[in-house]
Ligand binder design. Structure first.
Ligand code: 5GP
Ligand code: ZN
Length: 115
């Protein structure tokens, strides 16, 4: 597993800093967002340090698919009616942590278009 010693999400994956982990597979970790934007707000990350969804897809397409099915499983466990999946990509789109993460947001009416 490749890790970046300066990366926040690599540290959560390594359990060097605490995360409210809700699901785990051999290659993914799902944990609750520290600043939830919805009643259910979980981040699904690859354990490997990959910067973006496109990098995940390029490295291993099935890993990207697993991130989606893991997000769906969390939504099911949390009992949300519907949910939104988001990859913020690039600083201009509000990506603040450059370790790929899929946001799963649910439990409230999700507006469209997003702000
Ligand atoms: P981004 O803006 O990069 O798409 O999302 C980063 C997310 O990580 C934000 O929603 C932010 O609240 C969350 N976050 C930042 N620091 C931590 C942390 O230390 N723990 C957890 N669980 N989430 C964090
Ligand atoms: Zn990382």
């Amino acid at each position: 597993v490749s890790a970046d010693p300066d990366c926040l999400f690599c540290k959560i994956v390594a359990r060097e800093i605490p995360g409210d982990v809700v699901r785990e597979t051999e290659s993914t970790l799902a944990f609750r967002d520290i600043e939830p934007q919805a009643p259910s707000h979980v981040l699904v990350v690859p354990k490997d340090h990959l910067a973006s969804a496109a990098e995940v897809a390029e490295a291993d397409a099935s890993l990207l698919a697993l991130m989606v099915t893991e997000a769906a499983a969390v939504a099911e466990t949390d009992g949300v009616d519907g949910y939104r999946l988001v990859f913020n990509t690039g600083a201009a789109a509000n990506q603040t942590v450059f370790h790929a993460h899929l946001h799963m947001l649910g439990g409230r009416r999700m507006g469209w278009p997003p702000g």
